[in-house]
Each structure stands twice: as structure tokens, then as C-alpha cells.
Write a protein that binds this ligand. Sequence first.
Ligand code: SF4
Ligand code: SF4
Length: 379
Amino acid sequence: MSVISPANSQTLLQKDDTMRYRPMGKTGLSVSALSFGCMRLSEDQELNTNLIAQAIDYGINYFETTRHYIKGTCQHKTAPGLHGHTDKIIVSGKEGMGPDKTAYSFRKEIERQLDILGLSHFKFFQVGWFSWAKIPHLLKRGGVLDAIRRAKDEGLIQYIGFTGHDKPENFIKCIETGLFDSITVPYNLINRSYEPVIARAGELGIGVVAMCPVAGGVLSCESDKLKEALQMDVPTTEMALKFVLSNPNVSTACSGMNTFEQLEQNVETVKNFDPAGSTEFETMCEGLDRLRRELGDKFCTACKYCMPCPQGVNIPKHLAAYRKWKVFGLDEHTKQVLAKIPDENSYEVCDECGACIEKCPNDLDIPSMLKELGQLVNS
Ligand code: SF4
Ligand code: SF4
């Protein structure tokens, strides 16, 4: 039996022949390196139930839920698969908050989510869609923190986390308040913006749930550039999961799964992943940094000063795809993105008038970049 190292200092410990585990910060809980995001469960309830039951059999012990996913049905879809196993797993619930959220309404929501899931308590409850600007509303008298403290005292919640999309520097301030046991943020090969937050969480002993480890499916497209940068000759999806788990401060990679194929692939990757025998995390980061540097400072920052284009081209959308293509070599993904842009907003309607070039603060030769995208599509 082996186990993943503590989230803030050691490597993954393997507990049995299917799953590896890591400490969830300082909580004392051991969390499976692969966790299950329940936001993508399907319309097929029998499949959902069997999938979750199988995930538990594979040793996955962290399930991320909220009543608000899948048009309010996420926890209803999740509950049958958890039935009979809830004592040995960690199910997290989540509720958002704003200026009008009271302790009473937050408490009612905790009870409602417990009821749907058939749980006596949440081992983790997340303050969802959180940001530094919401701290005053969290702390105010009769506010959400009052509800959380009371729910903890009564045993309805054990640990508290938050999730959201605020600026990294703001999330660092949030975790430094000492109010939270975990943080849940997007993190993957092509989006490392929260890496400093994850590093700080590691220092503070705060658990880290990495969302979107395969970037919502983007990393299911193969990329030779990424293989070269990470010095790994494995499918991109596998590489993506290994990258996230190589960060010693990540407690668990939370993947939104809805098929047995995804589940089995991910479990296989985690089972066979030996961080000691893989490319070092620092080497992977250096490789990714190198890819970014190759593009230099000539990239679109999505300021939209170039818009509107007189011909209707959605310039920022094209240039976001252009950047991913050039940096990460995601050719197929780029083609898929371009195919979804309506004809009237496509690169194809550009007449090379040059109006956008004059407005772009980054001095980008936009018509030429659009042309390159056209060449990719026709290649
Ligand atoms: S003006 Fe330049 S940087 Fe800004 S959105 Fe347009 S192309 Fe991107
Ligand atoms: S060069 Fe093309 S993309 Fe730029 S403003 Fe003119 S038509 Fe639009």
C-alpha cells in the first residue's frame, strides 16, 4: 500500500492498486488524486448511477456537486450512485453568495443540498463563485460566515472551501484570511494563471482541488508541441492529468466525467503515474514557459479595441484560437473552434482593409494572422 505525499511537501501515495491519495491540506482527510466533478453527468440516470458507483469502487473519494449544476439536477443525478457509500467518501456541496445573502438563506441551502444528496453532513462545503470583493458580505453580522460557523458547530459541515474566478492576487488574499480549508480553481497545461495561488495554498496547508485538468476537453486534442515541451510521449489527455498531479501542492485533480471510457482512462493514468519516474514538475513548467516565450509579446490581450470590424469578423475569438494554436500546437482544437464561428463573423469575410491594425495597442498584423488561420483550416 502506498500513498501520495502531503499536498504541500510530498509526493503521491498509492493506497491500493487502483488509486493514489493525497492529504487535503491540513484537514487530516486523505483525498483521491482523481476526483469526480458531477457537473457533466448525463441524461442517462442508469449510466450516472453505475458510473459513480464504479468510481467509488476504483477508490475515488471526492465528489464535487452543487444543486445549481445541470439546471438544478446535479445532486439528484449524483445521489443514487453514492447510496450506501457516503460514510467513506467526501461529497462537497456549494452555494454562491452576494450582498443579499443572509445566514438564514445560506443555512436553508445547506440543508436543502444535504436533503437531496441523502447526507447527514458535508465533509466539505464550498462558498461558490467567490471573490475578494465578497469578503465583507461573508463577514458581516447575520451573513454567510455566521451560517457556516453555526453549521459547523452543529456538525452539518466539517470543512469549508471556496471556488471562483477572481484574480490570482485576490485569491491569495482570500486564503491568507485563514477562513478556508480548501480552494478550488481551474488549473491545467494551458491555463496556469492560478499557479501562484496553488503554491501559496501549499505553504499554508490549504487543500487544492484543480478543476478542468483537461481544459474542458481541449486537451483531448493531440499536440506534438506539448509532448516535446513536457518530454512525455503519451496521449495529451494523459499528459494533462500527469502535469496537474505533478504539482505537489495540488491535492486532487477534479475531472467532470460522464462516460466509463473517461473514468477508466483517468483511473488508469493515476494508477500508473509514478511522479518519481516522470518528468519533474519544474522541467514541465520550463517547457511550457518556453512555448509561451516563442510567441513573444505579439499576442491578443482581448482588449477588443479593434472591434467592431466593418466586415463583421470576430477578431478576439479568432486571435484567442490563434494563440492556443501557435503556443500549444493544438491544431485540431483550433480547427474545431473556427468551425463553430458563424460565417458572417468568420476570418473568411476579412477584406484586409487594415482598420483593425491601427486600433490594436499590441501592434498585431491581424489580417495576416487571419490568413494563417485560413491556411490551417485548408491544410
Ligand atoms: S485590439 Fe489587438 S489586442 Fe485588442 S482584441 Fe483586438 S487584436 Fe486583440
Ligand atoms: S483587416 Fe479584416 S479583420 Fe481587420 S478590420 Fe479590416 S476586415 Fe476587419
